[in-house]
Design a protein around this ligand. Structure first.
Ligand code: NI
Ligand code: MN
Length: 429
């Protein structure tokens, strides 16, 4: 998950790896090599700058000693827990306690309450590890996250919300040793996050809570389930220099592009119907445009449209470097207007404009698409908001209307592919 340049990766259970824009790597709760929920390709850590430890249980600091030996990171935790880690070889401990904030390199770390126990099992001895805690982390770019550690729900989460207002919260939902979905949903009422990342579930059979049970209870919160996505992204082949640079630029500047999981699918669809002409509504910096341009080949043609002339200028530079500039016609202005002026029929029309315009786009498309052509639309699942009970956001409502109209349309045969944010593929009959 990319948060304006901060890369957040769930390593399974309660363990997260955070890569900051400054190139530093932070691990929250280092249970990695022996963590059965950690994907094999994530078990080898390249380097670690900081460890944040919530409490002394083995499923949270089980691999701390090994990570410390290999990478000598700074270690943040309770004095008692850090004292034990020092005995095991930690050289750079940054002890703190609840309510305190300290700057650790490029991040600000606040230790907050957690309602849980905290003994350390050291061989056959059980050692006092201080108390269990959670962390609020603020990054240089202003993004704030809250990792609750292992905890029950507690009323002071309202204080966390009022003092720090983290937009992303990582909450245990597994039940038995921590909150289950019911309690985690209550925690969301107190924390009011934009996004919740469920953790500490499914690793052992007793951790029965599931993200979908949780999501049902918090329809207004985006519940992220990352393992499948992370797996998909880990499978993708390397992109060339221009595309890789565009992906980086888009993530740094929060420019919505279809990204490397969807784009090859678009390319594939174009090849499958031997498309030679593509009309794109809402091209931004031209990432998908380049994939289309490569798919249609030398004789093909792609129409780029975007409302922002700065985007178009940047896109033009990329098209030249990607060697496809001669196949692309650029239009700046209202994409729907440009489409409505088209006299020819295209092989593919790709729709990624402002979501409120989706229903209007559908009315324009059919006459401008050849029989057997594809009408493809991005973001039709809208981060899962289409499944909300009473959606209030106008974009969500527009997408719901659009999807309904598309499925009901006699002109198209439609399937929604749930890849990334959902891609609707409609074949013109
Ligand atoms: Ni625990
Ligand atoms: Mn999009």
């Amino acid at each position: 998950m990319n948060l304006k340049g901060v890369q957040l990766t769930w390593l399974g259970h309660a363990t997260f790896r955070i890569d900051t824009p400054g190139g530093r790597t932070i691990i929250i709760d280092p249970w990695i090599m022996n963590n059965p929920a950690c994907p094999p390709f994530e078990k080898k850590l390249k380097h670690v700058d900081v460890l944040l430890c919530t409490h002394g249980h083995g499923d949270h600091i089980g691999d701390a000693v090994e990570v410390i030996k290999e990478h000598n990171p700074q270690v943040v935790g309770m004095p008692e827990l850090c004292g034990w880690l020092e005995k095991k070889g930690a050289k750079q401990t940054l002890i703190m306690n609840k309510g305190g904030t300290q700057k650790v390199g490029d991040i600000k770390v606040t230790m907050v309450h957690a309602d849980h126990s905290c003994g350390i099992q050291d061989g056959d001895q059980l050692i006092y590890g201080g108390e269990a805690c959670g962390y609020v982390v603020e990054f240089e770019n202003g993004v704030k996250i809250y990792h609750a550690g292992d905890t029950n729900v507690f009323g002071d989460m309202a204080i966390i919300r009022e003092l720090y207002a983290p937009e992303i919260v990582m909450l245990p939902i597994g039940d038995h040793f921590t909150m289950g979905p019911r309690e985690a949903a209550y925690a969301c009422n107190l924390l009011k996050p934009k996004t919740a990342i469920p953790m500490h579930f499914g690793t052992f059979p007793v951790l029965t809570g599931t993200p979908s049970d949780f999501q049902k209870l918090v329809p207004g919160v985006e519940v992220v389930t990352m393992p499948v996505d992370d797996y998909l992204y880990s499978m993708l082949p390397k992109r060339d220099e221009v595309l890789a640079e565009m992906e980086e630029y888009a993530s740094k500047h929060s420019i919505p592009i279809v990204g490397p999981a969807v784009a090859p699918g678009l390319y594939q669809l174009a090849l499958m119907i031997n498309a030679k002409t593509v009309f794109e509504l809402g091209s931004a910096i031209g990432y998908s445009t380049i994939w289309w341009a490569r798919a249609v080949g030398k004789e093909g043609r792609v129409v780029y449209t975007d409302g922002d002339s700065k985007n178009a200028e940047r896109a033009r530079g990329y098209f030249e470097r990607a060697g496809v500039a001669d196949r692309i016609t650029l239009h700046t202005g209202d994409a729907l207007e440009v489409l409505s002026e088209q006299k020819e029929q295209f092989d593919i029309i790709f729709n990624d404009v402002d979501k409120e315009d989706y229903p209007r786009v559908l009315r324009l498309v059919s006459p401008r698409l050849r029989k057997g052509g594809l009408f493809i639309t991005d973001n039709v699942l809208w981060s899962g908001r289409v499944a909300q009970k009473n959606p209030k956001q106008p974009q969500t409502k527009a997408i719901l209307e659009f999807n309904r109209l598309l499925y009901d349309s006699g002109d198209f045969f439609t399937t929604i592919l749930p890849i990334r944010d959902g891609v609707a593929v409609a074949l013109k009959k």
